[in-house]
Structures are given as C-alpha cells and as structure tokens.
Design a protein around this ligand. Structure first.
Ligand code: TRP
Length: 339
C-alpha cells in the first residue's frame, strides 16, 4: 500500500479541508504504516503556479498548511511530508510524461475548462498541463491509493492513461515501469458545505467569514457561527429521507456525523425531533472540543518557522530518495543518456 496525495497550499484552512481531506490522510497514514506500506503527502506548490499568485503569500500559505497538517495529526515520523518545489523529480518526470500525454486528453479536462473559463487564450500553460504534473506526482512513487475528492477523479484517470501508454510504448510487456494508480475516495469523506448556503462548498474564497469554520477560530466564534448558520424552521427528521430538499439541515447533520464518526442515519436516530435551538449548541460544542487541541498545536507550530522548514527539508530528502529510481528508469526507458 503506497498512499500519495497532494494538497494545494491555500491560506486559511477550514473545516471543509479538515473533514474532507486531512482526516482521511491521518487514517490512511496509520493504515499504510500498519501494513508495512508508505504514505507521501505533499504541498502542491508547483501546481499553484497555474493560477495568478502572490509569491510572499504562496510561501506563507505553504508553511501554514504544513502547520495545519501536522496539528491535525499527519505525523512526519509516519508520513513523508514535503513540498513539490524541493523535489525536482516531480517537474522532471512531468517533462518526460509530456511526451506521452496527448493534447486531446488534456483538452477534455473539465477543471481546465472551468478555471480558464472565457479566457482560454490568456490562461497559463501550466493550467493546461496541470494534470500531467499531477500524474508525475503519483507515478513517481508508484502510488496504489490516491485519496482525492470527486472533482479529481478525472485527473487520476488521465494519470492511468499516461501510465498505460508509457508502459506500452517504452517498456517490455513483462516489466512495466508505472503502476496504474487508483483514485481512493474514502467512504467517510465528508463534503462540507457553506454555513450560509447548503448548496455551495465551504470555501476560503467565500467573502463571508460566517460561511465557514476556520481551523483557527476560537470557541466563541465557532459557537456564534453555528448559531447563526442558515437552517429551516422544521425540527430534524428521524430518517435520512426527511433531509431531502433541506440542504442546510443536511450539512449540519453531516458535520455532526463526521465529527463523531456516525452515519447520517445514526445521527438522526439520536437527534430526530430536535429543533435547531437544541441541536446547534450540541454541534457547536462538539466542534469546539474537536478543534481546540488542533488550534493550540497550530498556533505553536505556526510561530516556529524553523521547525516547519526542518519538517519540509527532511520530508523532501526522503521523497527525493524514494522518487529518483523511478525517474532514472523513465529517462533510460526513453533512451536519454544519463552519465
Ligand atoms: N489537484 C489536487 C487538488 O486540487 C491536488 C494534487 C496535486 C493532487 N497533485 C496531486 C492530489 C496528486 C492527489 C495526487 O485537490
């Protein structure tokens, strides 16, 4: 079992990042270690160049996300935790795979279409080739499990296509270089929505701070945001079908279940019939209880830049060591002379 996943170094990590992605990293890290496998989690800072960015903010956000991951339980003693920019093999392998990836394949990527919008001609080339770098990220370490959200499934399929074509074109049939990676959509991955609009994802770019719980919010702020969260006047139903068409109620129940490890049905069996006046304070307290220790560790780590840089340097050294054999084999397979 080799787990590989990347996370964008966005500033202001929130509950959606935690329950949607980070919690699963921690679970998979422990499973990988228990089964004698390995776990690689990296900050996708090279991918950040695909959109306009402010350099000083990128470096700050990269360190902040490392502090977040570690505070949430990603353990640098169990996981190889690093940023792409310190492992040149990612960019090198991407170039090698650019010879295998087809224009037509990339043209079909919905993320490129969404993010370039009407300004296709003005989009960065990096936005177009983004999925090839992502393929390099996972193929370099021969990933078997790639935890991602639904929106990244298409990129993973592309990584499989690239791996397959490279193996076909440049490897002996009995000695393929790349392993075809599987997207791993954790069954427990929670899709956390905005507290103001149950149909929109919780996002750091929502102009209203009331729409999200930031991992740095203090107890009072969390309680206030939950009390003000949009709901409807009905009490909670006792069964899942009763959440149909009630996006905001569904979201709060989903958050509650993600925090306690219960399914929606289990939460409703316990809390069905309660009005939000009763349910919201319980949810708020649960959030405060879960986030307080994370919050404390985060504040301490964030202030210790040396410690953060040391974590990244050590992770990068391990990643380079683990990735280089695959990279060298790719160079050789392509007939490139390497001393
Ligand atoms: N594109 C992913 C996202 O936006 C981040 C990412 C980059 C990634 N490289 C990866 C995820 C490799 C999994 C594996 O969420």
């Amino acid at each position: 079992m080799t787990v590989v996943s990347g996370i964008q170094p966005t500033g202001k990590p929130h509950l959606g990042n935690y329950l949607g992605a980070i919690v699963n990293y921690v679970k998979l890290q422990d499973e990988a270690v228990a089964s004698g496998g390995e776990c690689f989690i990296f900050l996708a800072d090279l991918h950040a160049l695909s959109m306009p960015h402010v350099p000083a903010e990128l470096s700050a956000a990269t360190r902040e996300m490392v502090a977040t991951l570690v505070s949430c339980g990603v353990d640098p003693a169990k996981t190889v935790l690093f940023n792409q920019a310190q492992v040149p093999a990612h960019a090198e392998l991407q170039w090698l795979l650019n010879g295998t990836a087809r224009m037509g394949w990339l043209n079909r990527m919905t993320q490129f279409k969404d993010k370039s919008g009407k300004n296709r001609e003005g989009a960065a080339v990096a936005l177009f080739t983004y999925p090839v770098l992502q393929a390099a990220d996972v193929l370099l370490y021969k990933a078997t499990h790639v935890p991602v959200g639904e929106d990244q499934k298409q990129h993973l399929e592309l990584a499989r296509d690239i791996a397959q074509k490279f193996n076909n074109d440049f490897c002996e049939p009995d000695a393929p270089l790349f392993i075809l990676p599987e997207p791993f959509i954790p069954p427990t991955a929670a899709r956390i929505m905005s507290l103001r609009d149950g149909t929109a994802k919780m996002s750091k770019s929502d102009p209203s701070d009331m729409s999200r719980i930031n991992l740095v919010d203090d107890a009072d702020t969390i309680m206030r945001k939950i009390k003000k969260a949009k709901t409807d006047p009905e009490p909670l139903p006792s069964e899942e079908a009763g959440l149909e068409g009630r996006a905001e109620a569904k979201n709060l129940v989903g958050i509650y279940g993600a925090l306690t490890g219960q399914s929606t049905a289990e939460v409703l069996a316990e809390h069905g019939g309660e009005g939000f006046g009763a349910f919201k304070p319980k949810l708020g307290e649960l959030l405060v209880e879960t986030l307080a220790p994370i919050n404390a560790r985060f504040r301490e780590l964030k202030a210790d830049r040396e410690a953060l840089d040391a974590i990244l340097a050590r992770g990068a050294a391990q990643a380079r060591e683990r990735g280089v054999p695959t990279l060298e084999a790719a160079y050789r397979a392509l007939g490139l002379v390497r001393g």
